[in-house]
Each structure stands twice: as C-alpha cells, then as structure tokens.
Ligand binder design. Sequence first.
Ligand code: GAP
Length: 441
Amino acid sequence: MFLETQGLKDLQTLVSMSKQRGFVYQSSEIYGGLNSCWDYGPLGAQLKMNIKRAWWETMTRRRDVVGLDAAILMHPTVWKASGHVDNFSDPMVDCRSCKARHRADHLESNVCPNCGSKDLTEPRSFNLMFKTHMGPVEDEGSVVYMRPETAQGIFVNFENVQSSMRRKLPFGIAQIGKSFRNEITPGNFIFRTREFEQMEMQYFVTPGEDDKFYDQWKEWRMQFYRNIGINEKNLRFKPHGLDELAHYAKAAEDIQYLFPMGWSELEGIHNRTNFDLSQHAKFSGKKIEYFDEAKKEKYVPYVIETAVGCDRLVLAALCDAYTEEQVGEGDTRTVLKFHPRLAPVKAAVLPLSKKEPLIEVADKIFATLSESVETQYDESGSIGKRYRRQDEIGTPFCVTVDFDTLEDKQVTVRSRDSMAQERISIDQLSRYVNDKILAKL
Ligand code: GAP
C-alpha cells in the first residue's frame, strides 16, 4: 500500500517537530533559552514516563532485582571514594581565534572544528561535577556535589538493601533519577545535556561469576530494546578498548544506537569489579562485606552495571519511530511508529458528527477507555485530518463513533501502521486496546 517510506533525515527535523507537537521545548525559551537545557511538553513527559515504566518494570519484576530511590545530594566523601573528585574530568581546549571551547579528546587534529584555526590553548583538565553549598554559609566546608551518576547511591546502600530485603547473591538494585554533569560540549538536542536522567542497575555477584553475568546482562539489555520496539538494525554492541575504560572498569561495552549524527552510545554495560564497595569501605572505615553461607566465607561482591540515559532513550525512540510515508499519489503522511507500550497517547475517540446522540456515546467510550489508557478526544475537522493528527503523535488506535454505532453498539478501530479498519464491539474495546499494548513484539 505504501509507495515509499523514509526515516528521519536530520536532527533538526526532530527538534522542530518535537516543539510543534508538544514533545520537547527549549528551556526558558521566552528568555532566549538556556544552553543544552530542555523541557518535556505534555506528550514528551508521557513518553518519558512510559519509557521509565517499561525499564522499571523490566528490572524490578525480576525475582533478583529490587528498586531504590536515593537522594541527589550525598556526603561529599562519597565522591572522593568513588574517584570522581580526582578523576572525573575531561581535557578542555579553547580556540584563541573564535573563542569556541572543545573537548581535546574529541578533536581529530589540533584544529578548531568551528573556524579552522590552529591557535588553540594547551589542554586543561576540567572536573565535570556541579558544586553547590549546603546551608547558609558558602565556604569550603559546606561544599556538596550534584551527583554525576546515580550508581553511588546504590553502592552506599548495598548493606541496607541486602539486610532489609534478606538478599542473597546474585541480586541487583535498580534506580531511576537525575544526574548532573557540567559537560564541556553538550549538544545534539537531548543527547548530551548537563542535567539528565539515568536508569541504572547494579548487579552484585560472587567474584569469579562476574564474566558470566556480564555476558548475560548484555543479552538481557539488548532484549529490552527489542521488547520496546526499537529496530534491531539501529542497535549494536561496541566494546571499549583497554585505553577507553573508565577508572573503575575491568570490562565495558556500549549499546549504540544509529542516531542521525551517527552511531553513538545509548547504554553502558560495565564490570566494575569490587572497586566501589572497597573504596567506600576504605573511606568510611566500615567493613562492607557479604557473608556467603554456602561457602562459609566473607568477601566483597563484584558488580555488573547497566546504565542508560532516559533522555537519550527518548531521543532514540523518537528517531526510531519517525517515518514519512507516501500513501497515495502526491499524498504523504508523517507517522510516529512507537510500540503501543511507549506511545504517549494510546487511543483517540473520534465522533463522526457533533450531534447529540453520537457525542453522548463518544463521551462514555472516552470515560471508559481513559480509566486504563491515555486517551484523547477529538471532534474537530474531517475524519481524515483527525487520523493524520493522531498519526503525527503516534497514537496506535483511532476509535471512530458513527451513526451505525447507535444501532449495532460497535465502533471502527483504525490501526496507525496498517491504516486497516475493523469493527469492534464497545464492550470489547478496552480489552482489545490493552491486549495490544501488552503484546510482545
Ligand atoms: N554509572 C555509570 C555511568 O554513569 P556513563 O556511561 O557515564 O556511565 C551512562 O553514563 C549513560 O548515561 C550513558 O550511556 C548515557 O546514556 C547517559 N548519559 C551520560 N552522560 C549524559 C549526558 N551528559 N546527557 C545525557 N545522557 C547522558
């Protein structure tokens, strides 16, 4: 039926579309915006919520993973112990000619990518943590950091969770929350920002079993992306070379997504060994060990970490869903083909006329559907235009109420992707929509 299909050509198209349709706006726009900060509009907020819910449920409905929600501000010694105060920095250079600032490790040669000048400063190390002060006095003693990763909240709570939840190895702790990094070169829309949300899971294992679980988690994480409908062709693994490993990692691999600007990191999977727990034991002076009843010995568990940026996954989901289709001679439609589980609006109720008996039925259908799924109600414009408006925001099901509905108690359900229509009894409608949302691909 479709003559030609095209995906997203460039990020700018997505930035404009996101603003127009209520997904993402520039932060503080009426004041000229704030560099690299973005606000999620009504549909973006719902999409992000659906992504977080899919991740949270995938993690915490396993028997071996529990959730946590730790504070953003932590004792400053946490960041000494983790190595962030000493090591979490990027080399920065300034162009003396155009004053642009770059990450030295991102330059292909010693040339400013902005103006072509070779007159660059020597690289200087720049710590990426945001500092602030706790309490009314702004002195060195009151410095606290905005966490640059959520992981440390999990490590410092290892013993609390293990004992309160009576956990035996292997087990994991999952967390979703904001992180902050004073990135030298943020950019590419919501790909790299200074304030972002992470979805991280630390899986504690017996040393010696770490390689096995590292491989296993790589597989589970790739399966997650398949389950939420991300096109497999746009995903790949990219192992880190030994010279690229973070200060805490024995092995690391990224799951990359093919964004419009090229293959880039979506998620990191790391074998963090016992580095973090050992460091926190050293800096806090408290033993952090696990007593293995089967082996009758104590040891410090190893950690396999999976870490994905929620905003980056929103960007990947938007890029992946974006499709332009020629549906007839000279007729094109833009459609966001989200998996129904991610779609911000699941169903739209469209009465064919504004006449009283139809509106009454449509209102009732809206009330019933919106008890279980996000539903829109639209009675303005031709039915064709209303379908297109729903295609543009990725609504998987349009429910048309017509005059036959009054007689046969059925509605027409039109599917977003195939545009096929079927008659469904009003009684079965909620069940029909909910079954499709839960369906695995
Ligand atoms: N605890 C490990 C950790 O934080 P990371 O590779 O630095 O590892 C994990 O970050 C994920 O967080 C990345 O794969 C990316 O999706 C996301 N992320 C990191 N920095 C980001 C930024 N400045 N803006 C948006 N997302 C970011």
